[in-house]
Structure formats: structure tokens, C-alpha cells
Ligand binder design. Sequence first.
Ligand code: PLP
Length: 451
Amino acid sequence: MTLHLSSISAALLADLQAARPLMWTNPHRSAEADVQTVVDGRRISLADMRAAQARFARFAPLLARLFPELEASAGRIESDLLGAPGMQQALGLPTRHGSLWIKADHSLPIAGSIKARGGIHEVLEFAEALALRHGLVDVDGDYRVLADAPARALFGRYQVAVGSTGNLGLSIGVMASALGFRAAVHMSADAKAWKKTRLRARGVEVVEHTGDYAAAVAAGRREAEGDPYSYFVDDERSLSLLLGYSAAALHLHDQFEAAGLRVDADHPLFVYLPCGVGGAPAGIAFGLWQLYGPHVHACFVEPTQSPCFLVEMLAPGASVYDVGLTNRTEADGLAVPRASELAAEAMGPLLAGVCTVPDERLFLDLHRVRESEGLRIEPSAAAGFSGPRMLTDSAAGRAYLARHGLDAVMPQATHLVWTTGGLFVPPDEYARFAERGAALTSPTPAESPPA
Ligand SMILES: *Cc1c(COP(=O)(O)O)cnc(C)c1O
């Protein structure tokens, strides 16, 4: 493969290679609302996002029956939209630049992360297709029959497999095994031990790999190939995952209305999405674009050592290793060396930009959001908090705001940080993260005033 690293500007490449936090904005972003999104040769639109939402709704009664924690929401898997004035102050984001909000996917039930959206959707889509094909249910029927013996016998003949750094495995593994599938999760070396333990406790087969995330996916894909009773969820090229994530936009729209938040030319929406392979943030950015067009500005945020989506936008086909980075980060959900080409294809004309963030900053913001808003998130989920200041303070961010004529409307802007995981982090592990962040807030010796 020929890599065109030479097409990256020297200054940007130097920042990337030195793992300096940076902001890049997308010169190919469309100004038109009506952008055709084509992935893998297929056009996707609002109708596909609604179809994913409708699938979740059909399954809701069944999910409420399978998972006690979904009883209160009648089977709906959703998270809160939270105002975050305390965190806005902690971040030093002046109100003349708008207001800070949080989309609390760190509290999503079942998976404990944003993967509850895409991962669960794909398992449901697979189960539904099987059940329909075998005449076990009608699309307008009561899906609770899928908890009964005939459906479980059918599902039990199939294996659902996935490669994961942890969180996708949790969502796919837990949902697949709850429906009665055999479930296998191929874990990369960076996956946290507690995630493996949690899966094994639910009867999921965990296959450990010594390689990175891409290697775990490849191993899973290989093993499932040629087995008609094995279904592989392919995070690097799955449309079902992407559409499952996109449905978040429809619920968010209702939450905005309820909160009195508008999104239009005078009220721009900036959304900051932690990015691994790119499927989750791309699905959500695609979904929001269907509702708000160019009034939504989607910024992906990646660790400085794993900016695979940015690398893919700059040099298609390249990995973070190709630019000399390590892919080593404590943000296990984002430790991905190569982006999903499908996600990158979808984002070409829609993405506002990408910011990168060093690990220390993740711990600092994890600590700050606990202190200011009482929220308990994992390191990956803290990535978005770097976004607003990057946008308003960096040269690239300011140029973006000027180019899109946004300076005058910034006081009415909404900055939405998507906190993508954390619910199931064990208390001792979380305490270590928080301590690490707290230590960063005390002045270092070099900064202390002379005695
Ligand atoms: C997976 C994950 C993401 C990013 O999703 P991708 O589809 O890999 O881009 C963000 N945050 C957390 C906590 C995740 O687990």
C-alpha cells in the first residue's frame, strides 16, 4: 500500500508525531444540509436511522423481561442529557462561548458504555432476522416470545463473535448470551482484566490475544469465517453498528426540546465524541446531521498516541504506527491503531474536525467531572472535555469558527460532551483513576511559588 504521508502539512505531521495535543479541521466539510451519505456502496438516510430506532422499540418489551435494570424504562436503553455549569467553570469555558452539556452515555445500562447502542442493535438485528426467517415472530408481533424455548433453542445453535478492546465485547457478549446465543469475545492485550471477568461470569467465552485491537478483530473474523453458525460483528466495517449508534440522535432531539435547547443557524451545536475505530462517533454525527444539517459541528476526540481517525482522514489506509506513534493509552476504549474505513467514508463531508488529547488530561477531566458534577466516568469517556477549549482557543479552532461565520452566535452555542463509558468500572480501579487526576491539580514543584 502506498501511504501518502507527504500530503500532510509539515507542521501538522510534526505535532502528530510528537504526540502534541492538536486540533485539525476538515476542509471538505459540506455547507449543505442535503449530503448523500454512501457507505460500502449503499446510501443511508434518515429512514435507516428510524428503522434502527423502530427495531429497539420492537425489542423493548423483551429486553425489559430479560434485564431487571430495564424494567423502569420499559426496555428502553437511554441516557440523560445534563447541564454542566460546574464542569464548564472547571474547564474555564466562558459563557460568551456558549453553554456546556453532557450526554451521559457513561451510565447506559447493560453495557455501561456507548457500545450499548451499536453493539446491542447489531445483536438484535441478527436475532430478529433469524426469528423472522424461522417464523417465530412477526414484525408487528410481541417479541417477548423470543425468551421462550423455541427461540432459545434456535439461537443456541448460533455463535455471536466479536473482537474488542473491552467495551464492545461487553455489549455484544452480554446481549448475545442473554438471548441464548453462544458468545465469544476476542480481546486485545489492552483490555482491562475486570471486563474479561465480567464477561466470563455471564458465560461468555473470552479469547485473549497478545496483539492490539486490530489483531483481535482479525483473529475473530478468521475464526468465524466459513462457519455458517457463527456470526461475526465486524467493528471495522459494520453498517448495523453505525445505524444503532445513529438512533441516539432521535432521542437526543426530544431531550433538547424538553430542555428548551435549539439547534439552528443562530444556535450552533458542537458535539465532542471520543473516537476509537470511529463507528460510534460517526453513527451519532451522521444521525445528528440528518436532523440538523450543517448546524451540528461534530468533533471527534482521540488520544495523542492513537489518533487513528485523524490519520485516516489525512492519509487513507494508514495506521497510527505508520506515523510513528505507539497506540499506547490508558483510554482502552480508544486504543485503536486503524480507523473504520466505513466510518471515515461516511464522515468525509460531515465531520467538523478532530482534536487529540494526552492521557494526563483524561485523568484530570475524569477528576474534575466527579468534583463538579458528581459523575463517575472512565478515562476514554473524558476525552470530549478537551474539545470546547480546543475549538475556542486553538488557531485551527478559531479559524474554523471564523470560516463558518460562527463568532457572533457563540453565546447561544451548545457544547455537548458525550461521556461514553464508566458505569461498571470497579470502585478500586476508579479510585486509582480519580487519584491520578487529583494529583494533577495540585501545583507541581516547578509551578509552586518559591518558598
Ligand atoms: C468504543 C468506545 C468509544 C468509541 O467508539 P468507536 O466506535 O470505537 O469509535 C468511545 N468511548 C468508549 C468508552 C468506548 O468504549
